[in-house]
Design a binder for this molecule. Structure first.
Ligand SMILES: *Cc1c(COP(=O)(O)O)cnc(C)c1O
Length: 232
């Protein structure tokens, strides 16, 4: 009987293909399922297919899904903007935070990481386009922030993250290359940095060609998102 591949299976194959085309090991790229606005049963269906890493943007929504899926060993990544008053729950409940763009937030995450948990994995979010409107630390300030965050006791700095503006020009290749170069320079003094979180549904293949180790996929995995009402 002919069976249609699930979107997850198809994406895994496409990630592997993109890796092989540039001589990278397919295991070097993690598929992060971006599950904002998706229900716990939708996440459970992916978990049944072996998906472990989930990315959430909204704390309250994430906490509800964590409770509903508590019996599964999932890895939770916070990828949304961080308000200082949300750091306590983020520090307590997540395994990764990709969206750290200021020292104040990093300090709070470190101070509030509960005893007995391993250090929280951190990526610094970089504003590669230097756009006023976007979150992320400007490129020029990355080395200073990286050094300060690396010194915090309950965090493990893993690398860099970016959300380049949707750019028609070759799927953000220049921005991805810039981020990869920045990580490579940091690795001269901090060789343990191993993570480049870049690439979304529209441009993950290009991101992989440029060295992404985490691609964050929402729409490609779940289909178009329902629009959210403000304030949720
Ligand atoms: C929503 C979101 C994604 C996923 O975007 P898609 O285009 O649906 O794949 C990735 N990263 C971040 C930070 C997001 O907020």
């Amino acid at each position: 009987m002919q069976q249609q591949n699930s979107p997850l299976t198809t994406l895994r194959e496409e990630i592997a293909t993109a890796c092989r085309q540039v001589g990278r090991d397919p295991d070097a790229v993690t598929l992060l399922a971006v599950s904002k606005t998706r229900s716990a049963p939708e996440l459970a269906a992916l978990a049944d297919q072996g998906q472990r890493d989930f990315g959430e943007n909204y704390l309250q929504e994430a906490l509800e899904k964590m409770a509903a899926l508590a019996d599964r060993e999932l890895i939770w990544h916070f990828i949304g903007p961080i308000q200082s008053n949300k750091t306590r729950d983020i520090a307590a409940r997540f395994h990764w935070v990709h969206s750290v763009d200021r020292l104040k937030v990093a300090r709070r995450l470190s101070e509030q990481r509960p005893d007995g948990l391993p250090p929280l994995n951190i990526c610094i979010q970089v504003n590669v386009d230097d756009e006023e409107s976007k979150s992320g630390v400007p490129l020029a300030q990355v080395p200073g922030l990286v050094e300060a965050v690396a010194g915090l006791p309950n965090l493990t700095l893993r690398g860099l993250m970016a959300i380049p503006r949707a750019d028609s020009h070759d799927g953000n290749r220049a921005a991805f290359r810039q981020l990869a170069m920045t990580l490579s320079q940091l690795r001269n003094t901090m060789p343990a940095l191993d993570t480049l979180s870049m690439g979304m549904s529209a441009d993950y293949r290009v991101a992989i060609e440029e060295g992404a180790t985490v691609v964050r996929l929402g729409t490609a995995l779940f289909g178009p998102r329902p629009t959210r009402s403000p304030g949720v």
